[in-house]
Design a protein around this ligand. Structure first.
Ligand code: NAG
Ligand code: NAG
Ligand code: NAG
Ligand code: NAG
Ligand code: NAG
Ligand code: NAG
Ligand code: NAG
Ligand code: NAG
Ligand code: NAG
Ligand code: NAG
Length: 882
């Protein structure tokens, strides 16, 4: 959730609304651009040209690579930025130009972090694999263990990790950097002080200084044997570490484009990035840059995104690039638990029983023995402790308050307890496992979490008026032990946070799924050395490692071949919404091909020519598609084809222009019919056959709600293989769907963090000098896109005669776009942009009265036609200058 604190002129920020997107979209850096130069021009010539035209810029990144020649720069004079930018874009040596956008470090859930120092050895020994058998559950789930049993480790394959750097000092990450080390190459493209907005200061040391994300990702790929008894999936590979985040900041897409291209030029065989931001547009520059690298023969895996909550059609960039392999997340079947050992006793059972718990923040527990107290004894209470406690609640300072997780925030729950003097709180979980939570609330000294089972046991004792005394040793000195719990609720199913495709142009996204929920891996030594994290960030590196394993077995690292093999051999799974499993397959828009199966892919003797099929929407209906079956084996094989439908997902809520939040309404019984050129085909050894597929989309659905149907073409072979090819399509017209929420598009003001509408005829007094001023209240235009739009204009419409002469643009008399507009390839969601009176060409509008006409291009719309835009006009407001 992004808090909209203060609107700054120029910068577009984002707010959340019930129907709007969850994640902050990539912000644009004012006056910063990426240019790609035409083939026979170089960066020096480009800057010389600017210099001779007296355009003053500061270079951000040199982008001189074999697949991308250009640079990114910051214009010194923001006042004239848009005009200057337009001039630069028109230079013959400039092939393409894009604004710089920044992306945050992914918000993956930190389930646990800590060290292996106080680990009870007995507990560990259980987990150590006998005879080198790989029993690490993410590997068992994906058949990595079967390849490892044959000695396949990805030996010699170079995988580049684009992330926060890697803590290569970690013994499980090789302990050194450079030739002969596990992390043998890479660089720091940005330096510690880089925020995404300032100029990067590169150095050649890609150490993971301050984040941890990249060290976790690297361990999933290639961790060496360690005290916890696990390894990465491909411990024989060589890693390249490309650091693109400073300490606590974001990364610009120029840096990301540079990192990908540098990794390519350094000879990486596979490149992986667990980074992204809401988009849905394969035309995004970063996605285009990654696509180009895939087309040059290097597989690129990118995490699908952690915005499952936003529902269908919320693909993230660069995962949404064409040919880029987007990786969805599945929950681990085993939840690793790192617990502190506590004890408790009752009058009936005076000898202490032990229990496990995990501390949160704050964690100043001290050594205490206190009775438990709970506000009620209902272990199914969905919103336990969310309301203020009853007036007759005792003083809670001498108790440990026991509260069930759920509905409201931990801070809310802790605040209600603190109101009656509580100092210590144990939360019991409402799902499997325990998590480390944060509830910084005045008066609270310590918080922690126990399992749902432990909570239920205590509540049942309390409900019979039994006093339960809990003894806690302060987390600083309490013994830790490692346990694991089988995740019976969501293990093996798609993680509820995994982002859903497809793109706005109906490209199938995601491609593949891998375990990402509750994954144990390495962490910087400074932060304890090990951690359990959850996110598509954790699924993506496992997929990258599997590409290496399969590449080693097959002797090929061709991106399409590996993706197609993995897609065909994956296991699609049933739909699970985080609380229950349903008897139908999860939509392809959520799971892609399903959970990857490394062994089957490595040894498959059948190769399909595609990894998925998109039948597009009704307007662009691609009713007949084909694919090729390649029989690579030495015997003739007969394949039987069938169609297995997955649930159809409605995009829009009934009678609404907005996509539903997770989970979208699913119609399990409505599926497409497929007709194949033949239902059974015999393909001779070492030859191929083309299969033509004709689709009849499901009937009886409300086309105006944009149902997305999907399923799998199954191919069972006489050689014993069973393959599946995902497909999807949309019933209805994306072009006819409403993209602009006119009610959510209005005028507000920069001083209002809640962005309430302002009344008509409000006059804003702005400074006549350029540059933003925090003390000025600027008009702010709030734009709510129900669906994505390729082009959004914000035209200034004069409402009184003034010295400027408007021009007609798309049928409207306008002074032009406000500064920062038009915006291209915009994701769905609500965003506010404040306006300091400047037009896109940098000039200030004269004092006067105006409205702003927001126009968003329809999906698949023609930007040259007025009626292809949807419009909403703000109230009239006045501009004066002080
Ligand atoms: C920026 O350009 C404008 C218009 O040419 C000019 O008035 C202003 O002085 C410039 N600002 C700076 C800091 O150079
Ligand atoms: C490896 O461990 C798995 C899971 O415990 C077991 O099913 C399998 O038989 C073991 N394989 C070998 C070769 O020990
Ligand atoms: C980073 O910023 C701090 C504080 O502004 C400064 O002291 C330090 O020198 C900077 N480090 C680098 C490498 O530029
Ligand atoms: C936890 O502490 C109790 C009591 O000291 C002890 O009996 C038990 O073995 C400990 N459990 C673990 C897993 O360390
Ligand atoms: C627990 O104590 C309360 C108040 O003393 C009493 O009303 C209630 O019946 C008792 N419950 C049980 C299960 O003994
Ligand atoms: C759907 O059709 C449109 C219009 O022809 C096209 O631009 C788009 O790429 C198509 N989508 C796919 C996945 O082929
Ligand atoms: C298969 O599809 C391709 C591309 O869509 C098309 O060019 C080709 O003619 C089709 N082949 C057959 C046999 O239908
Ligand atoms: C293919 O095999 C699977 C699993 O054995 C089975 O469920 C399915 O019905 C088979 N499909 C065909 C077309 O034979
Ligand atoms: C889209 O709208 C146009 C104009 O109203 C209509 O003719 C067309 O049938 C619609 N398309 C779909 C697929 O509903
Ligand atoms: C705003 O001003 C115009 C012109 O003076 C007037 O017609 C209109 O009623 C005013 N609107 C409001 C809401 O005060």
């Amino acid at each position: 959730m992004v808090l909209f604190t203060r609107l700054l002129p120029i910068t577009a920020g984002l707010i959340c609304s019930a129907a709007a997107a969850i994640q902050e979209t990539a912000r644009v850096v004012p006056g910063a651009y990426i240019v790609e130069l035409a083939d026979d021009h170089d960066v020096t010539a480009f800057y010389n040209n600017l210099g001779s035209s007296k355009v003053h810029v500061k270079q951000r990144m040199k982008l001189e690579y074999s697949l991308f020649k250009g640079t990114s720069f910051q214009l010194n004079n923001l006042t004239t930025a848009e005009t200057t930018a337009e001039q630069i874009a028109n230079l013959s040596m400039v092939k393409r130009m894009w604004p710089v956008r920044v992306y945050s470090v992914p918000k993956d859930e930190v389930v646990w972090k800590g060290s292996d120092k106080n680990i009870a050895d007995a507990a560990l020994r259980r987990r150590r694999a006998p005879n080198g058998n790989d029993t690490f559950s993410p590997h068992v789930m994906t058949q990595v263990n079967q390849l490892r049993a044959e000695g396949v480790t990805g030996e010699g394959i170079r995988i580049a990790v684009i992330d926060t750097g890697v803590d290569y000092d970690h013994p499980a990450l090789g302990g050194c950097f450079g030739d002969g080390c596990l992390v043998s190459y890479g660089t720091d493209l940005v330096g510690d002080n880089y925020t995404g907005f300032n100029t990067p200061v590169p150095d050649d040391d890609p150490d993971d200084q301050c984040e941890g994300h990249g060290s976790h990702v690297a361990g999933i790929i290639a961790a060496q044997t360690n005290g916890f008894g696990f390894t990465g999936a491909a411990p024989g590979v060589t890693l390249g570490a490309y650091r693109v985040f400073g300490c606590g900041g974001s990364a610009g897409n120029d840096v990301l484009i540079a990192a990908y291209n540098q990794a390519y030029d350094d000879g990486s065989d596979i490149i992986t990035a667990s980074i992204g931001g809401a988009s849905g547009w394969s035309e995004d520059p970063w996605a285009v840059a990654v696509q180009r690298i895939v087309e040059a023969g290097v597989p690129c895996t990118v995490s699908a995104g952690n915005d499952g909550e936003a529902g269908i059609f919320y693909a993230s960039t660069a995962a949404n690039g064409k040919r880029v392999t987007a990786i969805a997340s599945v929950d681990n079947t085993e939840s690793p638990l790192f617990l502190l050992n506590g004890t408790y006793s009752t009058a009936n059972s005076p000898s202490a029983d032990s229990f496990g718990w995990t501390p949160g923040a704050p964690d100043n527990w001290g050594n205490v023995s206190l009775p438990l107290w709970a506000v009620n004894y209902d272990t199914t209470d969905p919103a336990n402790g969310c309301d203020p406690y009853p007036a007759d609640t005792p003083n809670l300072s001498g108790y440990i308050v026991l509260i069930r997780r759920g509905t409201c925030t931990f801070v809310q729950k802790a605040t209600n307890a603190a109101a009656f003097g509580a100092k210590r709180i144990l939360f019991y979980n409402n799902i499997a496992g325990v998590i480390s939570i944060s509830a910084p609330v005045d008066g609270i000294l310590g918080v922690g979490t126990v399992t749902a089972e432990q909570g239920a046991e205590w509540i049942s004792l309390l409900s019979t008026n039994t006093t339960v005394i809990v003894n806690i040793i302060d987390p600083d000195s309490a013994p830790t032990y490692l346990d694991s719990e089988t995740n019976t609720l969501t293990g093996g199913f798609l993680s509820d946070y995994t982002s859903w495709g497809p793109t706005w142009e109906v490209d199938v996204k995601p491609q593949l799924a891998a375990p990402g929920g509750n994954i144990l891996s390495t962490y910087p030594l400074e932060l304890g050395g090990y951690a359990v994290l959850s996110g598509t960030s954790m699924a993506c590196p496992l997929a990258a490692a599997v590409f290496a394993l399969i590449g080693e077995v097959r002797g090929s690292l061709d991106p399409a071949e590996l993706e197609n093999l993995l897609s065909a051999t994956s296991n699609p799974n049933l739909f699970n919404d985080g609380t229950a499993t349903y008897p139908f397959l999860a939509p392809v828009a959520q799971q892609g091909s399903g959970l990857i199966q490394a062994y089957d892919a490595a040894y498959s003797t059948t190769l399909l020519s595609v990894s998925s099929l998109s039948f597009n929407d009704t307007d662009h209906f691609a009713g007949t598609l084909n694919f090729t079956i390649d029989n690579l084996g030495s015997e003739d094989v007969t394949y039987s084809l069938a169609n297995v439908v997955a649930a159809t997902a409605y995009t829009l809520d009934p009678n609404s222009i907005f996509p539903s939040l997770f989970p979208n309404e699913l119609v399990p019984t409505a599926g497409a019919d497929l007709a194949f050129s033949s239902d059974k085909v015999t393909v001779p050894a070492d030859s191929s056959a083309i299969i033509t597929v004709t689709v009849s989309p499901p009937a009886g659905l409300a086309a105006s709600r944009l149902p997305v149907y999907s399923g799998y073409i199954t191919l069972n072979s006489t050689s014993g293989e069973s393959l599946s090819l995902p497909y999807l399509g949309v019933v209805g017209s994306l072009h006819n769907a409403t993209v602009l929420d006119t009610a959510g598009t209005y005028l507000s003001q920069s001083s209002d963090p809640a962005l309430n509408p302002v009344p008509a005829n409000t006059t804003f007094t702005l400074p006549a000098t350029n540059g933003s001023d925090a003390n000025t209240t600027y008009p702010a235009v709030v734009i709510d896109l129900a669906l994505g739009s390729r082009l959004v204009r914000a035209d200034v419409i004069p409402q009184s005669a003034n010295s400027s002469s408007p021009k007609e643009v798309l049928g409207v008399q306008t002074l032009g776009n406000i500064f920062g507009f038009p915006q291209t390839y915009v994701p769905r969601g609500q965003a506010g942009s404040s306006w300091d009176g400047r037009l896109a060409d940098g000039s200030l509008v004269p004092a006067g009265t105006y409205s702003i006409l927001v126009r968003a291009l329809k999906l698949f719309g023609d930007e040259t036609k007025e009626d292809e835009f949807e419009a909403a006009e703000t109230v009239v407001f006045g501009i004066k200058y002080s």
